[in-house]
Design a protein around this ligand. Structure first.
Ligand code: FES
Length: 273
């Protein structure tokens, strides 16, 4: 069993949990993910590793309350335990050698962007972090980003934090001002990652996106997480979850992401009754 040692509600729909999982913590790297089950009847859900502490033997996950399982997970408290916590899965981010990077996070995607920014900072890179949220109430990890970012920009769609705009507005401004990035790392909703990739394409800036499709086994056997990248079929769980944003077929990924929307709604209704 995997004990919840810390729980923090980051905003009304996003929760952080630190889970005791020493074997996973020992090997976890930014960019990788875990698959958990709450109990033996539970659905398997993938969550990207938001942080880890090898000494304490813990792994931090941050999740949004979007479906039945994440709602059930959010109801657990410190001291409760999960039946499965498998990982680390997927390919770790390749961050070595990068000197100047823009890390772009959208919404809860900032939870995944944070370990990337932290590691880049530790490697001595210059890291501009651009974080975007719908409104001020949804902002997460502001203090954490401020500690590791060379420059930190936080925008809201409605301007309620005094900085109205989209992450792409900020990124475009920085590129046009002459920020010569080795790479842009974009993590968030598919439409945001597509917009960032289209923005950087004409500049020829390497752009890495973190894909989060439907997953079942997480080991490359079920095919549930397949994507088209550069015209080839790839499995996010074993070939990713990070891919070249200029090569990803986002339209297909968006379509596939909606396949079970009605079942997800049905499940939520059943569990709320
Ligand atoms: Fe089954 Fe990736 S989750 S192949």
């Amino acid at each position: 069993m995997y004990r919840i040692v810390k729980k923090r509600v980051l905003n009304p729909s996003v929760v952080l949990m630190e889970i005791e999982a020493p074997m996973v913590a020992r090997k976890a790297e930014p960019g990788q993910f875990i698959i958990l089950r709450i109990d033996e009847f539970g659905e398997r859900i993938p969550l990207t590793v938001a942080d880890f502490d090898r000494e304490k033997g813990t792994v931090t996950i941050i999740f949004q309350l979007v479906g039945t399982t994440t709602k059930q997970l959010s109801a657990l408290e410190e001291g409760d335990a999960l039946v499965d916590f498998v990982g680390p899965l997927g390919v770790a981010s390749h961050l070595e050698g990068l000197k100047k990077v823009a890390v772009v996070g959208g919404g809860v995607g900032c939870a995944i962007a944070y370990p990337q920014a932290k590691k880049l900072h530790a490697l001595g890179a210059q890291v501009d972090v651009i974080a975007g949220f719908r409104n001020r109430e949804l902002i997460i990890l502001e203090e954490e980003f401020a500690k590791v970012a060379t420059r930190f920009f936080c925008t809201t769609d409605d301007g309620s934090n005094g900085n109205k705009g989209f992450v792409t507005d900020v990124l475009r401004g920085l590129i046009e001002e002459g920020a010569a990035y080795d790479a842009v790392i974009a993590i968030g909703p598919l439409v945001m990652m597509r917009a960032v990739s289209e923005l950087t394409r004409p500049y020829g800036i390497r752009t890495v996106v973190s894909m989060n499709p439907i997953m079942i086994d997480g080991t490359g056997m079920c095919g549930g997480c397949r994507l088209t990248v550069g015209g080839e079929t790839k499995f996010a769980c074993v070939d990713g979850p990070e891919f070249d944003g200029h090569q990803v077929d986002f339209d297909e990924a968006i379509r596939r992401g909606r396949v079970f929307a009605s079942q997800e709604k049905e499940s939520l209704r059943e569990h709320e009754c």
